[in-house]
Design a protein around this ligand. Structure first.
Ligand code: HEM
Length: 481
């Protein structure tokens, strides 16, 4: 008994000394952190107990709710982790652009697998990959994709023909399949019919698993994570994607698409810098995931908004009818004329942009929002909060009003207050690609159909999954024009 007691006592003393020494070594960190406003929380645990009763689905929303419009930054402790939330436009702009905040906090981002892909990597590896892959998204590459955008949109619109019976459908399933096919065909030279396959359903199943992993720091201890059913399910789902990627590589080896030199698959397989197998796999998975899902959510939200705001739908249809007067295929020149459609896309991305929260970690001390932030702090950039803040968007910030993007009105809004595609060096490489595709899809769709919905704007709510989605889904009915 005395041996046991002395062991416990020794352990206690060692723990106390280690803790004091840990705090002493990080005294600058704690000193700077103490000046940032926000709750101190419980010793050692910080805010963790406040999350104990929250459903994991609402963790991200709860986290974003810490933001305070009257303060540029708000801090919260999660165990030893200093988390700082901001929805301030100028702070977010600084964080997008400073070399001291380019790093992704691994404890969140490693939950999405794809360790070697652009979304997760940092430093030299990131810089090298990003520079090479930027070639796949130049304006000249975008022009080449117009026929693919048109053909694949038409295939989707033809599939929708069977839903003219007035029964609501979740339009996400269709636009998701279409965006997946567009990326696979255009950038991977992989022409597969995904309609009726379980691919979308499968990717959807990963959402809650990723969220659970993201908000369970103990799963960063790999041996423990490997024992969980989450790990087993994720492995199983990820394997489906890995098998597709293997098929893509095999097709590329046998019959590469030499007409389009800078597609993602060509760049990854043929560039002077030799990407290894894991890098190729994770970059392709990143582009599939980052490209298909976000665009599909954005497009589905636009459909829901237009179904709820019939005056906007009519204006959009009038614009399309005015520009597309013949059956000729849409051209790049036509696309520049879709000014109202552009405003609809922007407004929908403001309210329902899938990238509602972006993580960053400081790699050196930096000045943000009037505070010196220590090295090693984790930032949550609440683009969601910034996009809905009356401070930037007025008292009707929560309402869907595409007209707020009219040139005369938008010039009075802080230009840093709008960032659906992130910003700075890590800005989404696919942003012009997705806007171009959405315009083409909308033009083709509304030449053929109109949409309606029973859902009410005031009843919809958002979920972070980790992309931001509408919880009630994108239920619409279609009518032939
Ligand atoms: C409406 C559509 C889209 C939206 C709203 C969107 C939004 C975003 C946002 C907010 C980020 C930053 C994420 C973060 O830092 O955590 C991002 C990154 C990224 N996006 Fe997009 N995206 C869209 C479409 C696309 C498309 C079509 C592609 C490719 C085909 C793409 C590829 C990527 C990649 C590879 C990254 C990582 C970039 C980096 O860290 O360097 N995205 N996107």
């Amino acid at each position: 008994m005395t041996i046991f007691l002395s062991l416990v006592l020794t352990l206690f003393i060692v723990s106390v000394i280690s803790y004091i020494s840990y705090r002493w070594k990080r005294r600058r960190f704690y000193e700077l952190a103490s000046k940032i406003p926000g709750p101190e929380g419980l010793p050692l645990l910080g805010e963790i107990p406040n999350f104990a009763t929250v459903n994991f689905k609402d963790y991200a929303k709860k986290l974003l709710s810490y933001a305070d419009p009257n303060s540029t930054l708000i801090k919260g402790w999660f165990g030893p982790l200093l988390m700082i939330i901001t929805e301030d436009a100028d702070c977010i702009h600084t964080l997008f652009n400073s070399p001291n905040s380019m790093t992704k906090p691994w404890y969140f981002y490693n939950a999405i697998y794809m360790d070697q892909g652009l979304l997760v990597t940092n430093g030299e590896q990131y810089d090298r990959h990003r520079k090479i892959l930027n070639k796949s998204f130049t304006p000249s590459m975008l022009q080449i994709f117009i026929p693919t955008f048109c053909n694949k949109s038409q295939i989707c619109i033809d599939h929708l023909e069977k839903h003219l019976d007035g029964i609501p459908i979740d339009i996400y399933d269709y636009v998701g399949t279409c965006t997946l096919e567009v990326f696979c065909f255009g950038h991977l030279n992989y022409d597969r019919d995904f309609y009726g396959s379980h691919m979308i359903e499968l990717i959807e199943k990963t959402r809650p698993l990723v969220m659970k992993k993201m908000f369970s720091p103990w799963y960063n201890f790999k041996p423990l994570y490997k024992l969980t059913s989450i790990s087993r399910q994720m492995e199983q789902y990820y394997q489906v994607l890995v098998d597709i990627i293997e098929e893509v590589k095999q097709i590329h080896r046998v019959s590469p698409n030499t007409d389009m030199k800078d597609t993602v698959i060509n760049v990854l397989m043929n560039s002077k810098y030799k990407f290894d197998d894991d890098e190729i796999r994770d970059e392709i998975a990143t582009f599939i995931f980052a490209g298909y899902e976000t665009t599909a959510i954005a497009l589905a939200s636009i459909f829901l908004m237009l179904a709820m705001h019939k005056d906007c739908q009519q204006k959009l249809i009038d614009e399309i009818d005015e520009i597309l007067t013949s059956d000729d295929e849409i051209t790049n020149e036509d696309l520049s004329k879709f000014t109202y459609t552009d405003m609809v896309i922007k407004e929908s991305l403001r309210l329902f942009g899938p990238g509602g929260a972006i993580g960053r970690q400081t790699t050196d001390e930096m000045e943000v929002g009037g505070y010196t932030v220590p090295k090693g702090a984790c930032f949550i950039l609440s683009v969601y909060g910034m996009h809905r803040s009356p401070k930037y968007w007025g008292n009707d910030a929560h309402l869907f009003k595409p007209e707020r993007f009219e040139p005369e009105r938008i010039k009075n809004v802080n230009p840093h207050a709008y960032a659906p595609f992130s910003g700075g060096k890590r800005i989404c490489p696919g942003f012009k690609y997705s806007i171009m595709f959405m315009k083409i899809f909308l033009a083709k769709f509304f030449k053929t159909y109109t949409v309606d919905t029973k859902l009410k704007y005031e009843d919809i709510s958002l979920e972070m999954t980790p992309t931001m989605v509408i919880a009630q889904k994108y239920m619409v009915t279609l009518k032939k024009r």
